[in-house]
Ligand binder design. Structure first.
Ligand code: SAM
Length: 269
């Protein structure tokens, strides 16, 4: 973690500021240390990554973290995602419309499949996931590619540890469908809206309940390892996002995903 990350961070519990204690540095980077919030709760920094999960999480999310940590190597071996990304990533970038001066949040970055590409279009980027092992893989990839404008943090989408309006844009790909239940999904969308600036953009993709899945698949259930999933109808995705965002478009062009482009409305005066 670089010291320049601190001004963007806030407590996942109180939303208040965090105080940094450094135990080990390598050059500029803080490798071991802690962040303490205004209520006295301490969050560790381990292997250069701040671990900012809230104290209480839903049971289904705790088991998803264990499954994602265990499956981290399998994720990158999914050849299908590599070729699908050649269409998915350009379409996602188009929906996001990032500018060189932007600060971007990637919410649910996994092993960093998109992070390197996204980092090239902005000034600074923060990539979060609740799977620490996924973040460690993303960290290795970013270091190997010499990318220095990406901050990583372990965080839950439902309680993002950032200051209000910290980001110009937010991108979240194939994550919301894994957030279990309508209440948690609404909390995740509200949390994304809180951290993006008024008029800022959200590009979000999520599983589509298509004719194929209506005929042969399930609307919701569990993937291997107990990872929860939910397939949205277009109306469901629009309604979920519309509570906190203005939805400009939802395209079904990405085969099994919907891709939505939204903006955060100006806050009332
Ligand atoms: C299907 S993967 C997608 C990863 C990446 N966005 C990509 O497109 O390759 C879903 C990711 O979302 C993460 N995730 C799911 N729910 C989350 C939550 N509530 N908070 C943070 N990360 C979450 C998982 O750990 C996993 O890495």
């Amino acid at each position: 973690m670089l010291p320049s990350f601190l001004p963007l961070l806030a407590s996942p519990e109180t939303g208040g500021p965090l105080t940094l204690t450094v135990r080990r540095r390598e050059g500029e980077e803080i490798i071991e240390g802690s962040l303490c919030d205004d209520a006295g709760q301490s969050y560790p920094i381990e292997q250069g990554i701040p671990r900012l999960l809230p104290r209480e999480m839903r049971e289904a999310q705790i088991s998803e973290i264990a499954a994602r940590d265990a499956q981290v190597e399998d994720y990158d071996r999914m050849a299908f995602l590599n070729w699908f990304g050649k269409v998915e990533i350009p379409l996602t970038r188009q929906a996001l419309g990032a500018l060189p001066a932007d600060i971007l949040l990637e919410a649910g970055c996994g092993t960093g499949r998109m992070s390197q590409i996204l980092a090239g279009s902005v000034r600074e980027m923060v990539a979060v996931d609740f799977s620490f092992e996924s973040l460690r893989v993303a960290q290795k990839k970013l270091r190997a590619a010499g990318i220095t404008n990406v901050h990583l943090a372990q965080a839950d989408l439902c309680s993002l540890p950032f200051a209000c309006g910290a980001f110009d844009r937010v991108v979240s790909c194939q994550v919301l469908e894994h957030v279990p239940g309508p209440e948690a999904r609404a909390a995740a969308v509200a949390s994304l809206a809180r951290v993006v600036k008024p008029s800022g953009t959200l590009a979000l993709s999520a599983y589509k309940h298509s004719l194929l899945t209506k005929t042969f698949g399930k609307k919701e259930g569990l993937h291997e390892g107990g990872i929860p999933f939910f397939r949205f109808t277009k109306t469901e995705l629009s309604e979920t996002l519309s509570i906190d965002f203005k939805v400009h478009s939802i395209t079904g062009a990405l085969v099994y995903l919907y891709l939505a482009r939204c903006t955060r409305e100006q806050l009332p005066a």
